[in-house]
Design a protein around this ligand. Structure first.
Ligand code: ATP
Length: 210
């Protein structure tokens, strides 16, 4: 199993456990407030759970079980990328610079990072927006750019929180097809409250209760 987790966040009453094979997509579903975003935050390293453990490709992400010495790996060392519910693009950077940011952070030259970023924008059908500022994008366009930025980080685990939420019904089918293509062969967790999206995108399903 590539992704293994068993976690508990006492302050939010959230408990979840799962083992996921390499290249597979887990659909995380359940009613409002059941803890879907909380699970993603814990896996991304944005929230420290009360107890539990998680590993990715045999590497520990955290191990806070009673009998463990207590390991917690910082978010930027996890090779995990979270695409949040809102696109959260950097407002002062162009679309291209937003997507190039991950590679620039990893030490690529400006030119190499921009070339790679253009490739990812092409991948998600957003290359025509490359020179725009984020505030000139629609919700669906911004979501595609956010997806390109997440992919550009080349994470071992991709976390998507309600990726279809910002698009209207007309754009939903296109974005769903795009996500389906992009998720093929990637290890990912996709949160959605919509059973149709989970059915379409996920290989396995974990339903949380309230
Ligand atoms: N920042 C926070 N501080 C304290 N409690 C929080 C915080 N965010 C969420 N919670 C609580 O944690 C629980 C789980 O919330 P979470 O947002 O993970 O659920 P969710 O399933 O993603 O909900 P939704 O479908 O509405 O996005 C809820 O009871 C919520 O009130």
């Amino acid at each position: 199993m590539t992704l293994i987790f068993d976690l508990h966040v006492a302050s939010r009453g959230v408990q979840a456990a799962c083992s996921l094979g390499a290249g597979r997509t887990l659909g995380l579903t359940g009613p409002n407030g059941c803890g879907k975003s909380t699970v993603l935050d814990v896996l991304a390293g944005l929230l420290i759970p009360s107890c539990g453990h998680a590993s990715l490709q045999g590497r520990t992400l955290f191990n806070l079980d009673d009998d463990a010495r207590g390991t917690w790996v910082a978010p930027h060392r996890r090779a995990v990328t979270l695409m949040a519910q809102r696109p959260l693009l950097f407002p002062h950077l162009s679309v291209l610079e937003n997507v190039a940011f991950a590679q620039r952070s990893r030490g690529l030259t400006r030119r190499a990072a921009r070339e790679a970023a253009m490739g990812w924008l092409r991948e998600v059908g957003a290359e025509r927006f490359a020179s725009r500022q984020p505030d000139a994008l629609s919700g669906g366009q911004a979501q595609r750019v956010a997806l390109a930025r997440a992919l550009a980080a080349e994470p071992e685990l991709l976390l998507l929180d309600e990726p279809l939420a910002p698009v209207d019904a007309a754009g939903k089918e296109d974005l769903r097809e795009l996500l389906s293509r992009v998720l093929e062969g990637r290890t990912a967790v996709v949160v959605s409250h919509d059973p149709a999206d989970v059915e379409h995108l996920a290989d396995e399903v974990l339903t949380l209760g309230v």
